[in-house]
Design a protein around this ligand. Sequence first.
Ligand code: KIV
Ligand code: ZN
Length: 513
Amino acid sequence: MSNKNLIIFDTTLRDGEQSPGASMDIDEKMQIASALEDLNVDIIEAGFPIASQGDFKAVQEISSAIKKSSICALARALDKDIERAAESLRDAQYPRIHTFIATSPIHMEKKLKMSPEKVLAKAVDAIKLAKTFTDDVEFSPEDAGRSELKFLCDVIEAAIDAGAKTINIPDTVGYNLPHQFGTLISNIIKNVNNSDKAIFSVHCHNDLGLAVGNSLSAVLSGARQVECTINGLGERAGNAALEEIVMTVRTRQDIFNCDTRINSKNILKCSRLVSGITGFPVQPNKAIVGKNAFAHESGIHQDGIIKSRETYEIMRAEDIGLVSNSLVLGKHSGRSAFKQKLDDLNIMPKNDSILDDLFFKFKDLADKKHEIFDEDLINIASNIKVAENSINFNYMNVVTESNKKPHAHIKLEIDGKILESKASGDGAVDAAYNAIEDIIKSKCKLILYSVNNITSGTDAQGEVTVRITKDNSIFNGHGADTDIVKASVLALINALNKFKQNPNQNSSKKRGI
Ligand code: KIV
Ligand code: ZN
């Protein structure tokens, strides 16, 4: 591996999935894994196989399908975890086992109730066992950011001697400041005798909003791998955002003597896919992928941009896959223009039946909306589902009138049969949802409902995300339409389909680590 290459290790499917409410089913994880492979991510941490049967199967399926990126499975420093991780990775082209044990005084004493000597011995044994399954073993001293330097260095040296090829330094609780974390990395590299035999990695949490700053400071101090997630998803306040790491390093080549292999033109598409699947909207002012990240509102800025783009833009919107709000296709556009546009936007699906579905959805939208923007197409492409649904939308009639309770008449096609119901509610959406529940009788509880507009204007597509729960399992649903009541209905149907396919998806899961 050249020293110039900054390795991107994506943990959206593992640490990202530990965000409360961000659980994903196997089909959704496969879609994300495939988008990460298209993004050219070096390593995909696909899950924590001992945590649940669902995690195990997801790592197994991703290992069989993804052949360009390495696939990594997480394991505590325990034999049963490592054996399970190895089994899940059996079909991976490039398997990596990532094992970890905490090294900070507070974690060793209060959580593990283990002496430092015992922790060191456990780390060594775990790495040796992992090495019997794959040569590519990563070791993390959990809570390294609050560990004592001398002990941390001893553990790392022993870990490298035991065969760990990558040493990952986590700031597990997001406690460090950038200058401090950078110094920690240089001190480790300087004080660990065999540090030249491993690649140093960092894994920063965002509790103080410093995950990206800390990761980049570490890169400047010699780290050659960054662990990150799409949209900064992750436990509590999240992890370092992949898109921010990648675009900072690429934009500031005057500072960084390395670059990533990421195909940045796929960043926006990936961000939208993850947001759609998890139901976590991206804040408008989020760096790189927020709706406003490349928008210029003030007259002075707009004037500057017209005269010379570099006056107010340090990156090109095209480089993250945003072809600036240009008017693209209309209802008379044919299939070849449509295909050309998908190609330009880098969102051409891999199989023809998805392309047909996409074309149908485009035509349907073009019937309702005069102007189809690139964002509309990216949104349709990000949310296209391959799986067959057993509940399908058939008809809705929702009436709201002053001083009367809104009411809705809904028809659903369920396993080929049309079922219908009428109900009232506190608002149009509530009435429609009551009618749907009357048909499905899921007894799921709605715990999140959010609406976003994809482009501007009153004919813009409304994008609705819902989250429903039953027996500790969570299902996210997503729907988009120019009519937000219809988008709401589609979102609930989407979540209910997931519920019907796998009602106990997470109920046996030991969440997180
Ligand atoms: O935050 C953390 O310490 C982790 C480790 C498992 C790397 O996620
Ligand atoms: Zn973490």
